[in-house]
Design a binder for this molecule. Structure first.
Ligand code: ADP
Ligand code: MG
Length: 347
C-alpha cells in the first residue's frame, strides 16, 4: 500500500449507505455460473435449475431501527419477517423460507424472546413461509435481529430495478408516508412521557398510521393481481427508504429520468392530517419517510386500462430520458427536482 494511503481515514458518513455499498462491492467478481444477479437489487438471483432462487437479508438494530420503549416485541418480530418478504415480492417472487439471527443482551428474559418469536411465527403463518434456522448469540448491548428470506420465481417472471424503459408508467401500491407519520406520533408521546411519567399516552385517532409503523405488511396481493391481469411489471422495487430514494434507484439503474405528479402520490387522510399538525408537508413524508413496504413498479403504457381496475394501485408518473432528470410536478405548478434524503442510516 502506498505510504500516503496508510494514514488515510475516510468517514463513512462521507459516502452514505449506498456509496459505501458501491465502494465495497463494486469490484466483486462472481465465480459461480449460477449467480445470475449479485449486489444491486432487492434480492440476489440464483439459478436453481428450473427456476430462480431469490435471497435477501435485512438487519434490525435496537435504537437504530426500533426503540423498545414503544415498540412491542411481538410487533418487532412480525416486522422483522415482513420487511424481508417485501424484498422477495419486489423481485416478483414468492417467499418460501426465512432464517433468523438474534443477538440478545442479558436485559431480555426468556419471556421477552418468546414474545418476539410469537410475532415472527404469526408473520410466517400469515405469509405461509417456514422458519428453518438461524443463529443465536449474546450481545453486550441491546437487541439485534438479522433475517434472511429465501424465495423463488419463474425465470421469465423475475423483475429487476434496472429494466424500465422510456415512456413507461410509474405505479405505486397502497399509500405512502403513513409509517413515518406513525413514528412521529410515537416519538412525540415518548418525549411527553419522559417529561412527565404520570402522563397517559394519547394515541387515539392515529390507529392507521400507528399500525403502518408497528405492523407493516408486505404486498403479495399486488403481485398476485398483476399476474392475474397479465400485467408484467417492467421494473420493480419495494419502498423501504421512501419514494424519492426508490425512484432514484429505478432511474439510475435503468439509465433514465422520470416525472412524478405530486397530486397523484397516494397519501392517507391520517398521514395528511398528522403532517399538517406538525406543520410539515405530507408529500415530504411520502418522498422521504420510508418503511411503507409498498411496491413501486413500471408498466407498459398499453397496460394502463388494466391497471386502472386495481383499486389499490396509483399511476403517479412516467419514465423519461435520462437528461430530463427526476422531477416532481408540484400541486401548485412548478417543477422541482426529486432529491432523496431517505433513511440513510450512515449519514
Ligand atoms: P433493500 O433496501 O432492498 O433491502 P439495500 O439498499 O439494503 O436493499 O441494499 C442494496 C443492495 O446492496 C442489495 O443488493 C444488497 O444485497 C446489497 N448490500 C447491502 N449491504 C451489503 C453489504 N454489506 N455487502 C454486500 N452487499 C450488500
Ligand atoms: Mg428493497
Amino acid at each position: 500500500m502506498a505510504e500516503e494511503n496508510k494514514n488515510k481515514r475516510t468517514e463513512i458518513s462521507e459516502l452514505g449507505e449506498f456509496g459505501l455499498i458501491d465502494r465495497l462491492t463494486g469490484d466483486i467478481k462472481t465465480h459461480q455460473a449460477s449467480t445470475v444477479k449479485g449486489v444491486g437489487d432487492d434480492a440476489a438471483v440464483i439459478d436453481g435449475g428450473s427456476g430462480y432462487i431469490l435471497v435477501t437479508k435485512d438487519l434490525l438494530l435496537e435504537n437504530i431501527h426500533f426503540d423498545l420503549t414503544y415498540y412491542p416485541l411481538k410487533h418487532l418480530g412480525y416486522k422483522a419477517i415482513t420487511v424481508n418478504l417485501s424484498d422477495i415480492y419486489a423481485m416478483n417472487g414468492t417467499p418460501r423460507q426465512v432464517i433468523v439471527g438474534i443477538g440478545l443482551s442479558n436485559r431480555f428474559p426468556l419471556e421477552a424472546v418468546e414474545e418476539l418469536y410469537r410475532g415472527m411465527k404469526l408473520a410466517c403463518d400469515k405469509y405461509k413461509v417456514d422458519l428453518v434456522g438461524g443463529d443465536t448469540t449474546s450481545s453486550r448491548q441491546g437487541l439485534m435481529l438479522s433475517v434472511t428470506a429465501i424465495g423463488d420465481v419463474e425465470k421469465e417472471k423475475v423483475v429487476y430495478r434496472g429494466t424500465a424503459e422510456e415512456k413507461e408508467l410509474v405505479c405505486v401500491s397502497g399509500d405512502l408516508g403513513a409509517a413515518y407519520a406513525g413514528l412521529l406520533i410515537l416519538e412525540r408521546e415518548k418525549a411527553e412521557f419522559t417529561a412527565n411519567p404520570n402522563m397517559q399516552p394519547d394515541l387515539e385517532g392515529f390507529d392507521y398510521i400507528l399500525q403502518r409503523q408497528l405492523k407493516p405488511e408486505a404486498r403479495p396481493d399486488i403481485i398476485k393481481m398483476l399476474d392475474e391481469l397479465k400485467i408484467m411489471p417492467t421494473a420493480m422495487i419495494d419502498i423501504s427508504d421512501g419514494l424519492a430514494s426508490e425512484i432514484k434507484h429505478i432511474c439510475k439503474q435503468s439509465n433514465l429520468g422520470c416525472t412524478v405528479y405530486e397530486d397523484k402520490i397516494p397519501i392517507d387522510e391520517q398521514t395528511y392530517d398528522t403532517a399538517r399538525s406538525f406543520n410539515m408537508d405530507p408529500t415530504m413524508y411520502a418522498l422521504n419517510g420510508g418503511e411503507d413496504y409498498e411496491l413501486l413498479f413500471t408498466i407498459k403504457q398499453d397496460d394502463y386500462e388494466k391497471i386502472k381496475s386495481i383499486n389499490d394501485v396509483s399511476v403517479i408518473g412516467y419514465m423519461t430520458e435520462k437528461n430530463a432528470g427526476i422531477n416532481l410536478i408540484t400541486k401548485s405548478g412548478p417543477v422541482v427536482e426529486i432529491k432523496a434524503q431517505g433513511w440513510d442510516h450512515m449519514k
